[in-house]
Design a protein around this ligand. Structure first.
Ligand code: SF4
Length: 218
């Protein structure tokens, strides 16, 4: 099987089985998504979704959050990982939105990464979820699943994986492929014990083929 055939199977499978996959973070506008994605670093979406309603209520706009005190923001996010840094980042991000971007969330990766707490992965999530731009955010799930499947080869960094993935996936599917890989990694191809027996893309998976070969030898 060629790499392109593997990609084609992957795309066809998820188009059929998860045509409208989307982020599990809850939000109502780009600003809320930005807050949620900053909070989601090293934290589950479930935990973030329990936390954000109170933040969105108290700080519904970049202007209001930019005027929030560290103490106030920290109190609202203290159950989330790294609350110190994240509280500083949220306030700094809101200040920059107000001072540099007229209170609007910019929609280019280059502009987004200027904001405190926003790296390439977060910028890719925002632009692909809000604007369906063909940007691939590579988190731990995307990195692991794409390597196991054989969609990426010898990718040592998230950026290397990102480049390989976007060079093979047709532009119109890239924003959805991000969710396909994340959700597959979260619920099926889990880090410690992938549920290969329940996996619909087992037939094209390099990791599965390797494991099967090893088992046959034993
Ligand atoms: S067959 Fe197993 S390792 Fe391969 S993608 Fe499916 S769950 Fe992951």
């Amino acid at each position: 099987m060629t790499k392109q055939q593997r990609y084609q199977f992957f795309i066809d499978y998820f188009l059929l089985n998860a045509p409208s996959a989307e982020t599990e973070l809850l939000f109502n506008n780009p600003f809320e998504l930005l807050v949620a994605v900053i909070l989601s670093a090293q934290c589950t979406d479930k935990r973030v979704n329990l936390t954000t309603p109170a933040i969105f209520k108290k700080f519904p706009t970049p202007e209001s959050l930019s005027k929030g005190s560290f103490k106030e923001v920290f109190a609202l996010i203290k159950s989330i990982s790294y609350p110190n840094n994240k509280a500083k980042h949220l306030i700094g991000m809101a200040e920059m939105l107000v001072n540099k971007f007229s209170g609007q969330v910019p929609m280019t990766v280059d502009e987004l990464v200027e904001l405190p707490g926003v790296g390439r992965k977060t910028a890719n999530v925002i632009t692909s979820v809000i604007d369906q731009q063909p940007n691939m955010a590579v988190d731990t799930h995307v990195f692991r699943v794409s390597a196991r499947l054989g969609l990426t080869t010898n990718a040592k960094t998230p950026l290397a994986a990102e480049k390989q993935l976007i060079s093979h996936i047709p532009k119109e599917y890239i924003h959805r492929a991000h969710h396909w890989l994340i959700l597959h990694g979260r619920y099926v191809c889990t880090a410690r014990s992938p549920k290969c027996e329940d996996c619909g893309i087992q037939s094209v998976c390099k990791y599965f083929a390797k494991q099967a070969k090893m088992n046959n030898r034993l």
